[in-house]
Design a protein around this ligand. Structure first.
Ligand SMILES: [Zn+2]
Length: 369
């Protein structure tokens, strides 16, 4: 397998790339970023989970002050998992199908177990974005990752919800796309001017303010769903010009699972139970009482794909499970991706994230509790 090298600029830290294969045979990417001179460290570890079609690159943008920089400076040890939906892995380009059940059952718990084996008694946090957070919620409510020190879920967590227009397009357009293509690309340069994907790019260009086709399909169309992945003005120009590198093709076979979750406004298992997937709950929300660590839900105020899903999640969790330690932080003027890749994210988003981690750095759940 060829894992595309991580796009990272390290100053005072060292990247340790770890060969990592899930127990079902899926090859994944895992790396640790260790601050130089931190041998024998007592730094808490923070596992970062990207969203679907993105990769760990979203946490290491060299052109901005990124989350890895901020965590290192704040005394944490970042770990990056490229789960099987990462565009740094070849899975999405091939026809090896997976579901978010596999991510929840294999990728996340096995990465957590590996990291725990390496860090011993040190605390372990998880910061997860989008489908990384949705999958994590399934792992947590299955009891597969007990004893985390705290979790930050960005954009969406346990109550996925989209607009009526996006829902309709997911149902109708999603079926149309799925019957015709296994993947939907975003890099117009790779696709070329005349390809079978041209109508999708043409649709995405309608009423677009920006003339970059990759930006149009992500920001003006969100792969044809009519949603928007980020607030355009919040991206650094270099990040904007790297969008085709940061986002890979969308596997269309995941759309029915996403539709099922969105209709339920809850994270639900895709596969039938049985010996393989029976460890995952049918409906994660019904088992949220298994969450045993503080949770911070984060969302941009202008999230134009998952809307106010995380505010809804906060309301539902605090009403149904008042014993949980859950908070909601809304970031004014931000959309869905820009709280992670925005040029001002270090100040506006990572600051509150680090304050949350600091709060639970020496208190709260312990490993194995
Ligand atoms: Zn643009």
């Amino acid at each position: 397998m060829t894992l595309r090298p991580l796009h990272i600029q390290l100053d005072g830290a060292t990247l340790e790339q770890i060969p990592f294969e899930a127990s079902d045979g899926a090859e994944l990417g895992l790396c640790r970023i260790a601050a130089d001179g931190a041998a024998g460290t007592d730094r808490p570890a923070v596992l970062l989970l990207h969203g679907l079609t993105a990769s760990s690159d979203i946490f290491t943008l060299p052109e901005t002050r990124n989350l890895v920089d901020v965590l290192l400076d704040a005394g944490y040890e970042p770990w990056l998992l490229d789960w099987r939906g990462s565009c740094r892995l070849p899975h999405n380009e091939r026809r090896e199908r997976y579901s978010f059940d596999d991510v929840a059952l294999f990728d996340i718990p096995e990465a957590v177990a590996y990291i725990r084996g390496r860090i011993g008694e040190r605390r372990l946090f998880v910061v997860a974005h989008c489908l990384g957070a949705i999958s994590l919620s399934m792992s947590m409510t299955a009891g597969l990752v007990p004893g985390l020190a705290g979790v930050v879920a960005q954009g969406v967590f346990m109550t996925p919800k989209v607009s009526g227009r996006t829902r309709l397009r997911l149902h109708l357009g999603g079926e149309l796309l799925r019957t015709r293509w296994a993947h939907l690309p975003v890099d117009f340069k790779k696709v070329g001017l005349r390809s079978r994907y041209t109508p999708v790019f043409a649709l995405a260009s309608l009423s677009a303010d920006c003339d970059d086709p990759t930006c149009q399909i992500l920001q003006n169309s969100a792969w044809g769903t009519g949603a928007s992945l980020f607030a355009h003005e919040n991206l650094d120009k270099i990040t904007h010009d790297r969008l085709a590198e940061l986002f890979g093709t969308l596997p269309t076979w995941v759309l029915p699972h996403l539709r099922r979750m969105e209709l339920a406004h809850s994270v639900v298992r895709w596969n039938p139970g049985g010996h393989r997937y029976g460890r995952l709950p049918e409906n994660a929300l019904d088992h949220a009482d298994r969450i045993d660590c503080p949770v911070m839900l984060v969302s941009g105020s202008d999230n134009k794909i998952w809307l106010d899903s995380n505010e809804l999640c906060y309301d539902v969790l605090t009403r149904r499970f008042p014993q949980l330690d859950v908070r909601y932080v809304e970031v004014p003027g931000y959309g869905h991706m820009d709280p992670i890749i925005g040029r001002g994210a270090a100040l506006d988003v990572f600051g509150p994230v680090v304050r949350f981690l600091d709060e639970h750095r020496r208190s709260g759940a312990v490993v194995g509790s």
